[in-house]
Design a protein around this ligand. Sequence first.
Ligand SMILES: Nc1ncnc2c1ncn2[C@@H]1O[C@H](COP(=O)(O)OP(=O)(O)OP(=O)(O)O)[C@@H](O)[C@H]1O
Ligand SMILES: [Mg+2]
Length: 394
Amino acid sequence: MPLDIDVVRPPERLAGARVLIVDDEPANTRLLERLLGEAGYTAVRATNDPLEGLMLCETWTPDLLLLDLHMPEVDGYSILRQVTEPERGVSRPLVVVLTADVTPAARERALSLGATDFLTKPFDHLEALLRIRNHLATRRMELDLAEYAGALEERVAERTVELRESLEQLRQTLEQRRLLAARLVTAQEEERRHIAADIHDDTIQTMVAVGIRLELLMRGLTDPALLDEMNALRATVSDSMSGLRRLLFELRPMSLERGGLADALEEYLEQAATAGGPAYALDASLATKPAYEENVVLYRIAQEALVNARKHAAATSVTVTLADDGNGVRLEVRDDGRGFAPDLVAPQRGHLGLPSMMERAELSGGWCRIESAPGAGTTVTAWIPLGSIAEDPV
Ligand SMILES: Nc1ncnc2c1ncn2[C@@H]1O[C@H](COP(=O)(O)OP(=O)(O)OP(=O)(O)O)[C@@H](O)[C@H]1O
Ligand SMILES: [Mg+2]
């Protein structure tokens, strides 16, 4: 019966699939070659020599192998065993066994060795071609999938490289921030030191001289009205000097350089207490010893939070806590004052306290949080890691 070509014709993408026929009987290979050719397959090869068939499996890597079982020298089973080894991956062909052996044992053995299909001779041409086409469609899908997996792997590898580069950039940015933080802290402190030195050596000395001259002037005065005037002037000078000394202390807390953070904060709180206002308490239990730059960052944050508590909170008590926390130090300044809504504080010109606290902490690789609500007091918590602020590189 002539073949209905339209029924068995492979779609275009399957017509070029490589099909290898291995059968020791030339009549069989001829028949199959003819059938496949008529159906529209363009890459068909055949051999009557099983050894050549094995070699072609290696060099030509067929998609489908049509294999006879009983052949001299090398039988179909041993070819089957070799070409279906799992290590071959996608270069492993699908195998359709075509044999005159109709015993169930042959069928079971061939299938268990990895044959995809088993047809007995004489076979129905139409059925064989339809099966071959279906198997090749599966094979095509397998190849597409492997290609897709390969492309995917390539993309993953590309993305990994990109990610690694971004990570490296991020690391460099962080490194720059660390250096910047160190410079910022050092530059600010340096500037404060200069101003403090000027106030100490120049302004305060001038005020002292003014005070002495006032004393001298007053000795020669007898007019009570003038004396009252001079006394008021002397008191003003003395007040200004106290103010300047306080400023000096704010600008350059010597104890931060000599002692440490806890000492400096204690001194600061003592000073603050003399001006009245809330009761201050310090709870410092640091086992670690932060570097000078780290102490400066924490000290300045505490200073800002304490100034805010004094200026805005109308608190009765303020507690400062210093504690080791993970690989860093945590500072907490808590007041029981009137509180405020931090989310509603719009950035205003000249109101730099809250942002500057956060900036200082973040530049040091840490963080600063402000918790507050109207009527519920305010807690400023800052944490900075130790060992993250680089030594000043200059
Ligand atoms: N402890 C606090 N208790 C109550 N209100 C506070 C407290 N801390 C801050 N605030 C409120 O948040 C606002 C912003 O504070 P911030 O420190 O940023 O600016 P400032 O203190 O007004 O000015 P600057 O600090 O720049 O001198 C304050 O004006 C105040 O209303
Ligand atoms: Mg402030």
